[in-house]
Design a binder for this molecule. Structure first.
Ligand SMILES: C[S@@+](CC[C@H](N)C(=O)[O-])C[C@H]1O[C@@H](n2cnc3c(N)ncnc32)[C@H](O)[C@@H]1O
Length: 262
């Protein structure tokens, strides 16, 4: 005798089907293939890890890092929080943009050991200048011998005080509209104030870069107590609606926003 086949309604069958599909995606198994571990449900990164063969290929076929810049990067990576330095491909992109627009004056918020400052300095003409802002005197002094070795020290104007003070001094000195490039890579709590002041200091056609705008995925759902991530999220919303700039958000490093002043 045949067993009766259990009957289920069409909506229930559809619900079961989509639940099974969801489970397949969630477990990373779909169409018989495992997704690599960085494809977690809460995306932490959008690109393959740096040590993946494809990323290594990309770097090996695109990076033209100056040898002293490379030494500075390797020295920086040995330091505590050395990985807070921007990535080499981000630095190279910003340097290329600076060259493209024939930049002479750049702003760099968050010097650290000066990797971004040196990358920009190398892209500027001999009379060019990078005003770089830092509150901690230690890391820039570690990097300074390499700025000198690259023969770029004279272009790097280190201001050791909170970046907001330096930006206000530049505005008070009548330097609004005179900078070609600005890089925002200091404390996140002040990122909106940095963005607004840098935009005033840039000339039309100038490029404003904001680093780490994805906060390692935390920007999707900031914890209420995480003010830094909340500030970055608010800035991302503001930039999206800002008619004074054209924008791109690139998945390089921890997210890089480029705003082109109109
Ligand atoms: C992400 S690191 C900068 C990395 C650097 N742009 C590079 O690519 O090597 C951030 C730096 O901002 C500095 N910083 C934090 N608060 C600051 C402030 N209020 N004003 C200026 N610099 C600040 C930190 O001391 C730290 O060195």
């Amino acid at each position: 005798m045949t067993q009766p086949v259990p009957r289920i309604s069409v909506p229930a069958a559809l619900a079961l089907g989509s639940a099974a599909l969801g489970a397949a995606f969630a477990s990373g198994l779909f169409l018989g293939r495992w997704f690599p571990p960085w494809r977690s449900r809460r995306e932490k990164r959008l690109l393959p890890p740096e040590d993946s063969p494809l990323w290594q290929y990309l770097l090996s076929r695109s990076m033209r890092e100056h040898p002293v810049l490379r030494s500075l990067r390797l020295l920086t990576l040995e330091q505590p929080q050395g990985d807070s330095m921007m990535t080499r491909e981000q630095a190279q992109l910003l340097a290329n943009l600076a060259r493209l627009i024939k930049a002479k004056k750049a702003l760099d918020l968050g010097t650290f050991t000066g990797y971004s400052a040196l990358a920009l300095a190398l892209a500027l003409p001999p009379a060019g200048c990078v005003v770089t802002c830092e509150v901690d005197a230690g890391p820039p002094e570690l990097g300074r011998p390499l700025w000198r070795q690259a023969e770029e020290e004279h272009k790097i104007d280190l201001r050791l005080k909170p970046a907001l003070e330096t930006l206000d001094e530049l505005l008070a000195a009548g330097e609004a509209g005179t900078f070609d490039v600005a890089v925002v890579d200091a404390d996140k709590e002040n990122c909106t104030a940095y963005y607004e002041r840098c935009l005033q200091l840039l000339r039309p056609g100038g490029v404003l870069a904001v680093l780490s705008v994805l906060c390692q995925g935390e920007v999707l759902q900031p914890k209420p107590q995480d003010k830094a991530v909340q500030c970055v999220r608010n800035l991302n919303e503001r930039i999206l609606r800002d008619a004074r700039v054209h924008i791109s958000l690139l998945p390089l490093g921890d997210g890089l926003t480029l705003a082109f002043k109109i």
